[in-house]
Ligand binder design. Sequence first.
Ligand SMILES: NC(=O)c1ccc[n+]([C@@H]2O[C@H](COP(=O)([O-])OP(=O)(O)OC[C@H]3O[C@@H](n4cnc5c(N)ncnc54)[C@H](O)[C@@H]3O)[C@@H](O)[C@H]2O)c1
Length: 427
Amino acid sequence: MTLSLGIVGCGGMGFRHMEGISELMRHSDVARLTTICDLHESAANHVADIAEKNNGFRPKIYTDFDSMINDSGIDILDIVTDTKTHHSFAIKAMNKGISVLTEKPMGITLKACRQMKEVQEKNNVKLSVAENYRRDPMNRLVKALLDSGAIGDLQMIVDISVSGGGYLMHGTGWRAKKSQAGSLILEQGVHTSDLILYFMGKAINIYAKTAVNNPIRKTSGMLNKQLKNFYGHRVEDQLDDSKEIEIDAEDTAFSVIDFENGSFGQMTMTSAANGYGFGNESIHGSKGTIKLPGSRNGNSPIIYRDSEDPKIPPISITGDDLLDLVPNWQLDDITSLYFDNKKRISSYDYSFEEIDRKLIAIEIHDLADSIINNRTPEVDSKVGMDALALAYAALESGESGKIIKIEDVISGKSNSYQKIIDAELNI
Ligand SMILES: NC(=O)c1ccc[n+]([C@@H]2O[C@H](COP(=O)([O-])OP(=O)(O)OC[C@H]3O[C@@H](n4cnc5c(N)ncnc54)[C@H](O)[C@@H]3O)[C@@H](O)[C@H]2O)c1
């Protein structure tokens, strides 16, 4: 069975999703790209040109979303528009019996996500969130190592991302606005939240300090060839490189999380550190530490364990030696298909473009397979909402000064940060 897929949103990530579905079509016939839609015909044409080169046929172009879902006969809608539109497009499509893959974050607020989940369940279609970081084989390996007890009982995660310079990503104006992006913290933090939950398990509560430290941002524009390749054709709300823009929501969050398994963690992120930046992602257990490799770079994780002799420095284990610690671990069939059918790898060497399209191919393939075999996709609405709730809980805590229960954010009991967005977008 081959499912027909349509992309709405032909900006930077929409271009990358076209590359992802093209990669899928080189490996499998579970889905094919038949349709694309963007408000701007020139952006849609650019993406269609490359799709035609990749796949040998040109997807049909729409500039009006309603016409696309009414006329195109697609089985899967791939939503890659800016965040404020995810819920309304998903709801319209699912009410027509079309399954949905939506870029992260699943929706602009938890209320939007609850509405999406309800419509999905009512129509008995599939809904998946395009959370690409966890799909990286190196993150799969980390998860297997943690589950096998390679560092003992989990005690702490320390996730710190300190970057800055006062720029706004890619000149995309919507990222400056709380009601369109949920803040810069949400835009990046939902990836971090998803990975933290993937590794550490359920989060119970969070306490955070948040701030807008660099409200006036320059637009970073197309800093390099790669970004230009991804974003150079986009039109909507495109900011000039020389322009300054004011962001109206948080760019900084320092938080402490309690997990159900008794461990705790630090999730610190800022894009407002002037002049100096650094990052750290490590998980600490009763028998050792695992230094996470990051996503989409192919680096191997590293495990550190204290040596028995205090005069000898800690022992590090990395590369193929890690595989000895997880003798039964294998990549799932869909993932290994995109990694030369290899089942056990401890690193890889692909360009960013190659690994990016492979991870997107995997998330589309997982959804298509879940439709064909009537199973739940890996990143379903629950997983998508849990990640969104953890990121929003930090923002809710920062605003109220209180410890916030994650369940209360999921249910809507804690929503003072989000309710302004809900009101503005009529959710
Ligand atoms: N997973 C990742 O690694 C990753 C990376 C970047 C962005 N994203 C997510 O992808 C989404 C898109 O981000 P982007 O950077 O590509 O943004 P973008 O602004 O470059 O692209 C959005 C596109 O949607 C189009 N659009 C907006 N409203 C529309 C409508 N009503 N009908 C048709 N087209 C419409 C715009 O014209 C634009 O081309 C966001 O939700 C973002 O969070 C994810």
